[in-house]
Design a protein around this ligand. Sequence first.
Ligand SMILES: *[C@@H]1O[C@H](CO)[C@@H](O)[C@H](O)[C@H]1NC(C)=O
Length: 355
Amino acid sequence: MKAQKKSILLLTEIITVLIYTWIAETEAKVPALIVFGDSTVDAGNNNVLPTALKANFPPYGRDFMDTRKPTGRFSNGRVATDFYSEMYGLRSFVPAYLDPEYGIEDFAVGVCFASAGTGIDPATARVVSVIPLLKQVELFDEYQARLEGYLGAEMAKKTISEGVYVISIGTNDFIENYYAFSTPRVLEFTPERYVQFLIDLAREFIVQIYMLGARKIGFTGLSGMGCLPFERNRNPMWGSPCIETYNNIAIDFNSKLQQMTDELNNALPDLQLRVAHLYDFVANIIQNPSLYGFEEAQYGCCGTGTYELGYLCNEYTPACTDASKYVFWDAVHPTEKTSMIVAEYLMNTTFSEFK
Ligand SMILES: *[C@@H]1O[C@H](CO)[C@@H](O)[C@H](O)[C@H]1NC(C)=O
């Protein structure tokens, strides 16, 4: 009896050591998560900008961690990048670079430069006065100098080269710019040419952050924009089907993005650029919501769920009781639960490929 107990204890110890070694190894692999993009991953940078595109008021954030307070995330809780960070064994959320509550000691393991409403096309950011992608690169450059001051040159360099970068952007270039006629883009380009224009700009962006030291980069592909409640519920046809034109643009974008990714990986030494393909996975959630425990995939939780977004989703628009039954939180953005499921899927696939 005693011997048995002892060997169980020993076994527990061995397992504990194994687990800690494993955690230490995974932690050592990814020193930081660095985020660029739009509202799909903005953790609150827009809070300090003179833009109308914000989400730092209720009911946004009502399920956010322990505080249950709005943060500026376009979600009832956390967004996908917060979950990646947690799954990598880093912090359980990624703070916004412009949030005055956080400093370089926080940003050293994770930082978000994303800005809701922005796009790959600089003209998209101008539509809603938010941070263009080029400016996000400038902030990243400034961050590196601060990081060096905090960690020392060698550690800072290691963080930059071994950190994982997430880029989530592109939808706004279509729904807020090209198809919204907000800029003359629709007169300048056919949809196919506009996709190529965006891919060329995305390539320039990747090269810029590569020159600044980034190596492990996950570029999120587009999901079916035509299935966003905001788009499909404007469709007068019976049953509000997803808008195929928009979905086809996303498919075209993703395939050109993959092509550009293959080219860059061949051209730039040590680059590990990966496309996070989520189109099919998200389409499956929307077509079969009950498989994932959802009850509603056509309407968002906030208000009527057809157009409410940003200031139009507020304390006076009654929201659903249980957001975890909804795929979408507002008319454009996923609920925390959807973000978690998608993050888990991408962690199982794209984000586990980095060496
Ligand atoms: C991710 O992988 C784990 C472990 O294999 C599995 O249990 C889980 O269902 C996967 N999640 C998704 C969303 O693919």
